[in-house]
Design a protein around this ligand. Structure first.
Ligand SMILES: [Zn+2]
Ligand SMILES: [Zn+2]
Length: 560
């Protein structure tokens, strides 16, 4: 056996670093001894209870350790949960090339430019006919319908078998852009699909997902009822929806003004490539906004999730340069709130109402994110078209993955051919047979501002403790010769009530600390050990008084 054939015979691993057991940070990998292919690099927006965290990305340790094998990153479509983490990935891992559809490629370029990373990677566009040779793997594509144009699924041929990845999709028979390429999917099914990976985001819903076109009536209703200025905020990546809103604007003869950097650059890129159609005469620059009558103006802006720096939040708080809310304005939130954002959204809604605007949050626009994904009937169709031997549901929380696996079982797939996995869990494919393999390292990294290194779980826990229970900080001076405290520890509290009366903990704590420390100190005690002692002594004291543990920090000085 020569070396080459040995390489070819190595088994193929399939796993996710993000996207299983959660909605977001989609990152799937196909790997053998020689090649590693990454599919998507998304972010996730944090749930409630993650103080100071803007978004979450996967831990890329495994990719860093196997960097030399990475052949390419292939992108299914231009949504944030599929491309949002690319800058963070590129800063940590060398990626030789990114393959993306025309529109997704343009959105990625905008993103890289923002992060000054334009030169960090080569971006190559693919279309329906492209075949990519990436190390030991070949990749072909089929167009799917979703809530952004230019979305694709892919068919991957490996030395050990074939994999079909749907990307995000729904089967929309009256799409805003192109049709779902059912014929090509069936053709891949004819060639043989060993493993199917399919989108589970709506797997708990029976029936079919509404067509993108079906929301046009509700959009028209909103336009019909608005008497003054109309302000619609949505995700800047939801370009199918944006096109329909623009169509309505043209129908009702409203001029369009765009606020928010990502909204402007996304619409510009989509216009450049013909994915968004609007005559120049309908676009009004921000400084000309006053020249248009109120009932002839549509403002499209970012900020549907209440993001404090986004255009809508600044409009609501009166800080926006070009526009202030006035009675008669109608403001529409056209994206469903991501769970962790409801508090900030409410704040913006209240500010808008206070300024006299009509605010539509609970309209038909409300559920639009979910409507980009397939319900059960569409999932059954995919199984029938693809006819896979094995099935691994992807993109979704565990209850969605489970319901999706049950769809396959109901259609006749043996239960032990379906795999409900979490991030890091691994499938091993060898000669068209698939079994569970050894897991790879997978974790979550919390991104705070633009710090690429992210914040670890322990920092998040500290923040939770501080926000729930407050903080107490001590100044401890140690007389090094005597191995005793130099003075009674001094302290400051933040956000805790310890009571100030005689006999209260706040009165007793410094003394307790001094006595306890002096019992334990010796000539070799190090600073870190003293900090640990302070924490333990305080926690015991809090426990005795049944006070919730605040975070305890101490500043230790040695006096010679
Ligand atoms: Zn998507
Ligand atoms: Zn997605």
């Amino acid at each position: 056996m020569d070396l080459n054939s040995k390489k070819v015979s190595s088994s193929v691993q399939i796993y996710a670093l993000g996207g299983l057991g959660e909605v977001g940070k989609n990152t799937y990998c196909i790997e053998n001894d020689n090649s590693l292919l990454i599919i998507d690099a998304g972010i996730m927006f944090p749930e409630e209870d993650y103080p100071g965290v803007d978004y979450v990305i996967p831990d890329y340790t495994h990719l860093r350790e196997n960097q030399s094998k990475i052949k390419a990153l292939i992108i299914t479509h231009g949504h944030e949960d599929h491309i949002g983490a690319i800058p963070f990935l590129l800063m940590q891992v060398k990626i030789p090339v990114i393959y993306a559809s025309k529109l997704a490629g343009a959105l990625i370029r905008n993103k890289l430019e923002e992060h000054h990373l334009k030169k960090a990677v080569k971006i190559v566009e693919f279309d329906d006919d492209t075949i990519i040779h990436a190390g030991d793997f070949d990749v072909e594509f089929f167009h799917v319908t979703h809530s952004i144009p230019d979305s694709f699924g892919m068919y991957i041929t490996t030395p050990q078998g074939t994999i079909l990845h749907t990307g995000d999709f729904k089967i929309d028979l009256t799409p805003v852009d192109r049709d779902f390429d059912i014929a090509k999917l069936v053709h891949f099914g004819d060639r043989g699909i060993d493993l199917l990976l399919a989108d589970s985001t709506n797997a708990d819903k029976e029936g079919y997902t509404q067509s993108e076109k079906s929301v046009i009536k509700s959009i028209y209703d909103v336009f019909h009822h608005a008497t003054g200025r109309l302000i619609i905020s949505t995700f800047s990546s939801n370009l199918s929806r944006i096109q329909q809103i623009i169509d309505a604007a043209i129908h009702f003869d409203r001029k369009l003004c765009i606020f928010g950097r990502s909204m402007e650059s996304n619409i510009q890129s989509a216009r450049d490539f013909g994915y968004i159609k609007i005559p120049d005469s309908y676009i009004i620059p921000a400084d000309k906004i006053k020249t248009v009558k109120n009932n002839e103006l549509l403002i499209l802006c970012t900020g549907s999730q209440g993001e404090p720096m986004a255009a809508l939040s600044r409009i609501a708080s009166g800080e926006h340069r070009s526009i202030h809310i006035q009675p008669g304005d109608t403001v529409v939130f056209s994206s469903s709130p991501i769970p962790g954002n409801s508090v900030s959204i409410n704040k913006v809604v209240n500010q808008l109402i206070k300024c006299g605007a009509d605010v539509l949050v609970n309209s038909i626009f409300y559920n639009l994110h979910a409507s980009g994904h397939p319900c059960k009937q569409e999932l059954r169709l995919i199984q029938k078209f693809a006819r896979p031997s094995y099935f691994m549901p992807i993109h979704g929380e565990f209850h969605m993955l489970k319901q999706h696996a049950e769809v396959a079982i109901e259609l006749g797939m043996p239960k032990d051919h379906t795999f409900i996995l979490g991030n890091g869990d691994c499938l091993r494919m060898f000669s068209h047979q698939i079994v569970e393999g050894t897991p790879v390292h997978a974790d979550a990294i919390y991104i705070d501002g633009n710090n690429i290194n992210g914040v670890s779980n322990s920092v998040i826990n500290d923040r939770k403790v501080i926000s729930n229970c407050g903080l107490i900080s001590f100044l401890i001076a140690i007389d090094q010769k005597k191995s005793q405290t130099f003075f009674t520890p001094r302290f400051k509290t933040y956000g805790i009530m310890l009571g100030s009366g005689k006999g209260s903990l706040i009165q007793k704590l410094p003394q307790i600390l001094e006595t306890e420390l002096n019992k334990r100190l010796n000539a070799t005690t190090k600073k870190e050990q003293i900090q640990d002692m302070v924490r333990i002594i305080c926690n015991h004291a809090f426990e005795r008084e049944k006070i919730r543990h605040p975070a305890v920090i101490s500043n230790v000085l040695f006096i010679k």
